[in-house]
Design a protein around this ligand. Structure first.
Ligand SMILES: [Zn+2]
Length: 466
């Protein structure tokens, strides 16, 4: 089988893949509640002959689908959770389908299905006997909140995989060669004594004082952390009434930095500040680490293989799609093209859809975001890329991204499916590529032993509204 036959498989299956992504788009489900979306993806994989394991790592909506018995084992990941409050129709004006409801603002309806298309095409090549190996699809829930992959990693779900290729919706076609920030999440709950705030304040101990002293401590701490670090927080409970000394108050806090070590050092200082705040306010502190993630370990060997496949895979865009992209793009107040190098920015600015594949724009950079793919990348060589599913310059988590995700984005979805299929096919047929990806992985991980950043008793379902 050659590449164009492999890509033809994706094109032939375009109809039902599009239907599937549109039905997930039409029923957006939040982190860890993606029951319907996960089931639809699982059904499609079962129908195709994959063996599907559900409830992986104790997560209802996490699953692993596998086809084949041979080595090597290659795989891809699919996300499918939506964002709260992002409801939007597939129109070029702000128009929620249902005010306040969830919506696919990060394109995960396309994400899960493109990866599925890539896995299916790879499976067909194995089935025909053209290649030996196993292809695995990881259904990874709760990327937006909760970090499902970190639990799957801890459970060993990725242990027998030789290499992974995954993607994310965006507005340009490029492999990723950059990293991002590791993160720790905390909840700091203070308990004091309630009292009448005017009549007997001396009897009270304010839990809110604890929270405020902690936030002051964090602000002073900022001067003494590396510039690339980030600390941010919200007060989730600041008391109920001004005439009552608050007996309960709570802060949620995130600590980010390029390396796990740095995150842990800063987290320790934040936790010390919380203890100091409790001491100063005469309150009790309950400090809970709720979650943690690694930054992404890039893999240039896989990035290069992805880039080559992008050059071969055609980007299908109809005139109607381009027309809609033009209308949608016109609604962006201040489109930013900063994520692509300056030599491409003019072309991106002039295009409705920027479909030309480009080299990795982020080589050597550490993006100011975190993703649960980071933990995966410290356990398996992981190749990543973005594909253009939104008009050029569209930010993720915008209503325009939701609007594009229903129909326009299925062009980029097909392109992503082909890129995944081509890259997995290369990994199954080119021993040197697989060896290079693994050698690079060994070199980058070096002496660092991956330790799950999750607290032992972490309960993912406590973190999200259900
Ligand atoms: Zn996303």
């Amino acid at each position: 089988m050659n590449k164009s036959e492999l890509f033809d498989i994706v094109e032939t299956e375009r109809g039902w893949l599009t239907d599937l992504s549109q039905s997930i788009w039409a029923n957006p489900e939040l982190a860890f509640q993606e029951y319907d979306s996960a089931e639809k993806l699982q059904d499609a994989l079962r129908e195709e002959g994959f063996e599907v394991e559900t409830g992986v790592a104790g997560l209802d909506t996490a699953f692993v689908a596998r086809y084949g018995d041979d080595d090597p084992v290659v795989g891809t990941m699919g996300e499918f959770d939506a964002l709260p409050g992002m409801s939007q129709a597939a129109t070029a004006e702000r128009e929620p389908v249902e005010e306040g409801a969830a919506g696919h603002g990060c394109g995960h309806n396309l994400f899960g299905v493109a990866s599925l298309g890539g896995a299916v095409a790879t499976k067909r090549a194995i089935e025909r006997g053209d290649v030996d190996g196993t292809v695995v699809y990881f259904g990874t829930p709760a990327e937006e909140a909760g970090g499902g992959k970190v639990y799957m990693v801890r459970e060993g779900a990725f242990d027998d995989v030789d290499a992974l290729v995954s993607w994310h919706p965006g507005w340009n076609n490029a492999p990723g060669k950059g990293s991002c920030l590791a993160v720790d999440s905390f909840s700091f709950a203070f308990t004091g004594e309630t009292a009448h705030a005017a009549a007997s304040p001396e009897s009270g101990r304010s839990a809110l004082d604890g929270v405020q002293l902690l936030s002051t401590g964090i602000e002073y701490l900022r001067e003494h952390v590396p510039e690339s670090a980030r600390i941010h927080y919200v007060v989730t409970d600041g008391g109920q009434a001004a005439n009552v000394v608050p007996g309960e108050a709570e802060m949620e806090c995130l600590v980010r930095a390029p390396s796990r070590d740095e995150v842990e050092r800063i987290s320790e200082r934040v936790t010390d500040a919380a203890e100091g705040a409790a001491l100063m306010s005469g309150t009790e502190l309950d400090a809970t680490k709720t979650s943690g993630m690694y930054g992404v370990l890039p893999n240039h060997a896989l990035g290069d293989a992805i880039r080559e496949n992008m050059a071969e895979a055609e980007f299908p865009l109809t005139d109607e799609q381009e027309q809609f992209a033009t209308e949608l793009k016109a609604t962006l107040d201040d489109p930013s093209y900063a994520r692509v190098p300056s030599e491409h920015q003019e072309e991106a600015a002039e295009s409705a859809m920027f479909t030309k594949p480009i080299d990795a724009p982020d080589e050597g950079q550490t993006g100011s975001y975190s993703t649960d793919s980071g933990d995966v990348s410290w356990n398996v060589p992981l190749g990543r890329f973005s594909a253009a599913t939104w008009p050029a310059g569209t930010p993720a988590h915008s209503w325009q991204a939701v609007a594009a995700g229903k129909e326009l984005g299925t062009a980029g979805m097909e392109f992503a499916a082909k890129t995944i299929a081509g890259s997995l096919y290369d990994l199954l047929t080119d021993e040197d590529l697989l060896a290079a990806a693994n050698a690079e992985f060994e070199e980058r991980t070096g002496d660092t032993e991956y330790e799950s950043p999750l607290p032992d008793d972490a309960d993912p379902y406590e973190l999200v509204d259900r």
